[in-house]
Design a protein around this ligand. Sequence first.
Ligand SMILES: *Cc1c(COP(=O)(O)O)cnc(C)c1O
Length: 230
Amino acid sequence: MIAEHLETVKKNIEESMAKRTGIFKDDPVQLVAVTKNHDVEAMREAIDAGVTVVGENRVQEAVEKHEKLDRDVTWHLIGHLQTNKVKQAVKNFDLIHSVDSEHLLDAVDTAAGKIHKVQNILIQVNLAKEESKFGIYKEDLPFLLQKADQMKHVHLMGLMCIAPNYENVEECRPLFREMRGIFDKLQMFPLMNSEMKWLSMGMTHDYQIAIEEGSNLVRIGTAIFGPRQY
Ligand SMILES: *Cc1c(COP(=O)(O)O)cnc(C)c1O
């Protein structure tokens, strides 16, 4: 089942890429298989079917699975990160998508420094300014980008956003387009140690639109693993 779902997702990704225009037309798209609330057995199945990157929401859950999982895979943290979990997060994740404050940025830099690591991060943007969502407002981006760029143990690699849960998914399109515009503009931003490589946007219900509008990193759970059991 997982292998079949994965094939469908990959086919949809290709289809959406074919619809793209603009400067990102030929950018490859990286798939992050979101494994939160799915067990190690499901993760093995997905990895054996070709998944190379997994996304987890909670540090503790990821650490427990990391210990059990007898497969090589790249780990991304996609959920909100609390300061008291930073140390474990830095130890376990290759890319943290959800850095959204100066305070958190400082904590990541400090924790990474202690283990002589340079931690790859994305800055999470709350583009629609939803009260229920994490992420910084776009107006605060220059400050946080500059700050991240100067840190020794942080490597800034791009931006992440979560679109509002509109009933009509087409309503996400302008937001994704705006996000890609911001991402492109930041290529000119004077950064020394960072690269605007990843634009992480798109989940099960909206990844095709996100890709059409220039996402190059999609985080997909349900379409691969089915509904989550809580
Ligand atoms: C759970 C989650 C996803 C995946 O959601 P699906 O709808 O199952 O694809 C993607 N991104 C974030 C931040 C998530 O928390």
